[in-house]
Design a binder for this molecule. Structure first.
Ligand SMILES: [Fe+2]
Length: 388
């Protein structure tokens, strides 16, 4: 038995107008200060006001939201008492909004206690609309929440099926002016969702379809979106669609070891999520070669590349991902992120521990030992081959 869950999706040019069809009294917009300055939030406010709602904007979200930020947001939202929560931003904003929503409805809960095992009883007070402004995290279509513990320099995955957004408004105009580096970082996150979701042990035929098509779109359009940005609206629109499709895919299938390693490295050395996960992706594909070769062969076929038989398919796909990283001028090794070898080695035991404890490791098609995780990390440091 398996489940497949997705928000109501509103996609396309002018999808933002859908906000005017919402029925309610008060909308609490959650965003960050920079997006507010860029004017994207103002458009959202105007549509909500045209729907007859009173609007309050909370713009304090920063990258890698913390438990403290969630508690601050919860205090503000309780004073405003909305019936709609509207998250406008990238993964950090949408994840923070999910957690603030839970605390609004369940003030008794600690944010870190949000789990699939804890019935939340959400939607008695408010519902959640997510409007992504990057094409990558897929958070608009998943129930996952990543919070950061800055003291332990650790990322913690929480979330319950109930905190999936009710509506995802996926309007390519919201990501049209994304800078190239953010396009590459978030685009590699989306690709990691598609490729890891497709080989995850929790996959199902519905998630497979989402992941395969997202992979097809990302290989075709991410280089164009990176190079030409707003000059290529077709590439932007396809990337915005692909990121949500990959989000639906992995949201129902989970991800794997590239995410576990990326979470650990990203939190210890302050590297953006998509950059950290994307750099581990080729090495993890090779690690999975023996157990997931047929799945990697499907992915190669889907993206129109030759697909050899057996484990060679994994090595071929790994090379294809490395080529994409090169096209996007993204780091292909940990060293290329500017992390000195001594610092990396001093942190190695912690990185191994965090990666092994990460829930994403559970759904990787090959279950690693601590020694294998260490080998993978050392392999990814300079890209020098190790024997799995
Ligand atoms: Fe991700």
């Amino acid at each position: 038995m398996w489940f497949f869950k997705t928000p109501e999706i509103v996609f396309g040019e002018d999808a933002l107008f859908y906000l005017e069809e919402l029925r309610g009294q008060r909308a609490f917009v959650i965003t960050d200060a920079q997006l507010r300055r860029l004017g994207l939030v103002r458009q959202v406010e105007e549509h909500l006001r045209r729907a007859g709602m009173e609007v309050h904007v909370f713009d304090m979200v920063e990258p890698n939201p913390t438990v403290d930020l969630v508690r601050i947001g919860a205090d503000v939202i309780r004073a405003f008492n909305p019936d709609w929560i509207v998250a406008v931003g990238g993964g950090s904003v949408i994840d923070a909004a999910k957690a603030i929503w839970v605390l609004f409805e369940r003030p008794d809960l600690d944010p870190l206690a949000i789990s699939p095992m804890e019935p939340l009883g959400l939607r008695r007070r408010a519902r959640l609309v997510a409007i992504p402004t990057t094409s990558g995290t897929g958070s608009e279509a998943t129930w996952a929440i990543v919070l950061t513990d800055p003291r332990a320099r650790r990322k913690l995955g929480v979330g319950s099926r109930e905190n999936m957004p009710d509506i995802a408004i996926v309007d390519p105009a919201m990501a049209m002016d994304l800078p190239p580096r953010l396009t590459a970082d978030t685009g590699m996150d989306a690709l990691s969702h598609a490729l890891e979701g497709y080989v995850s042990t929790w996959r199902n035929p519905f998630s497979d379809a989402m992941c395969l098509h997202a992979a097809r779109l990302i290989f075709a359009y991410l280089p164009r979106a990176y190079r030409d940005g707003a000059r290529d609206p077709e590439a932007r629109a396809h990337m915005h669609l692909a990121a949500t499709m990959a989000g639906i895919g992995f949201g129902n299938a989970m991800v794997g070891l590239a995410h576990s390693l990326g979470h650990a490295l990203g939190a210890r050395f302050d590297i953006p999520h998509g950059r950290a996960v994307g750099l581990f992706l080729p090495y993890v594909i090779e690690f999975n070669a023996r157990v997931a070769a047929d799945r990697y062969a499907h992915l190669l076929q889907a993206i129109g590349r030759p697909s050899p038989n057996g484990p060679e398919a994994a090595f071929q796909l790994s090379r294809t991902v490395l080529e994409l990283l090169e096209t996007l001028e993204q780091p292909q090794t940990v060293a290329a992120c500017g992390i000195p070898r001594d610092d990396f080695e001093a942190d190695l035991p912690t990185l191994v521990e965090y990666a092994l404890e990460d829930p994403s490791t559970l759904t990787n098609p090959r279950s690693p030992t601590a020694e294998e995780v260490e080998h993978l990390l050392l392999y990814a440091y300079e890209g020098k081959m190790v024997d799995f």
